[in-house]
Write a protein that binds this ligand. Structure first.
Ligand code: 5GP
Length: 113
């Protein structure tokens, strides 16, 4: 497991509520939400960032997208959500264990980027 905060969350070293878990990933609420709904989908495999993923990770990457859709449904945000991956420090990545941000909520349509 990675030595990052997410590695510690996944291993249970830092106790955190999982709002979703399956064989390959977990979803947790972001500690500093940037939208009314801000959830992180994190693979259990410690890939540092999206651009480090290998062809062997293809199924896992698809799995994360499908898991994000499932989590959004579970959260009741329907089809109104945004998925973000910050890749590398130059793009704002701060935790170097791949994760998808799910953002949703009433203010989302105004927050264009
Ligand atoms: P990044 O900037 O790497 O794309 O996103 C990292 C995200 O992880 C940030 O939105 C930050 O608020 C969140 N985060 C950092 N530390 C923790 C933590 O200990 N618990 C949770 N739930 N979220 C965290």
């Amino acid at each position: 497991m990675s030595d990052t905060i997410f590695g510690k969350i996944i291993s249970g070293e830092i106790p955190t509520d999982f709002i979703y878990e399956d064989e390959h990933c977990v979803a947790i609420n972001d500690i500093h939400p940037q939208a009314p709904v801000h959830v992180l989908v994190i693979p259990k495999k410690p890939i540092e960032k999206l651009s480090d993923a290998e062809p062997e990770d293809q199924a896992l990457l698809g799995h994360l997208m499908l898991a994000a859709g499932k989590v959004a449904k579970q959260l009741g945000v329907g089809d109104a959500f945004r998925l973000i991956v910050n890749n590398g420090s130059g793009a704002g990545q701060t935790v170097f264990h791949l994760h998808l941000h799910i953002l949703a909520g009433s203010t989302l349509a105004e927050a264009r980027m």
